[in-house]
Design a protein around this ligand. Structure first.
Ligand code: 5GP
Ligand code: ZN
Length: 115
């Protein structure tokens, strides 16, 4: 755990979050500032700064994260209409919290991302 990391502190229960799904290795909770009707953040419990570090250092954890995201999409009823799953990676891409997190967005029409 990184004591200076917001999401490590959520995993540790030091900061409250609305948890929607949990496994031995992952946690999913609602984004505090949702950008869609459904906006859930899916994270590994272990600290990795971004998705490249996670993929490089913990391939099994990467698979766990995708499986958790799929389970949340199913549980939130997003499979019918579709959803977006994305990783902001690096400051240029708008990453603000450097504990890897997948944004799961849906529950409304999202339109083309790069329009
Ligand atoms: P990033 O820009 O790093 O990809 O996304 C960080 C996300 O974390 C943002 O969507 C932001 O709203 C969310 N966030 C920031 N602080 C908190 C918090 O304390 N709790 C929750 N649930 N989400 C947070
Ligand atoms: Zn962390």
């Amino acid at each position: 755990m990184d004591n200076n990391c917001l999401f490590c502190r959520i995993v540790a229960g030091e900061i409250p979050a609305t948890v929607v799904h949990e496994t031995a290795t992952t946690l999913a909770f609602r984004d505090i500032d949702p950008k869609a009707a459904v906006h859930v953040l899916v994270i590994p419990k272990e600290h990795h700064p971004d998705v490249v570090a996670l993929a490089t250092n913990d391939p099994a954890g990467s698979a766990d994260l995708l499986a958790a995201a799929a389970a949340v999409a199913e549980a939130e009823g997003l499979r019918t209409d579709g959803f977006r799953l994305l990783f902001n990676t690096g400051a240029y891409a708008g990453q603000e919290v450097f504990h890897v997190h997948a944004h799961l967005l849906g529950g409304e029409p999202l339109g083309p991302m790069l329009a």
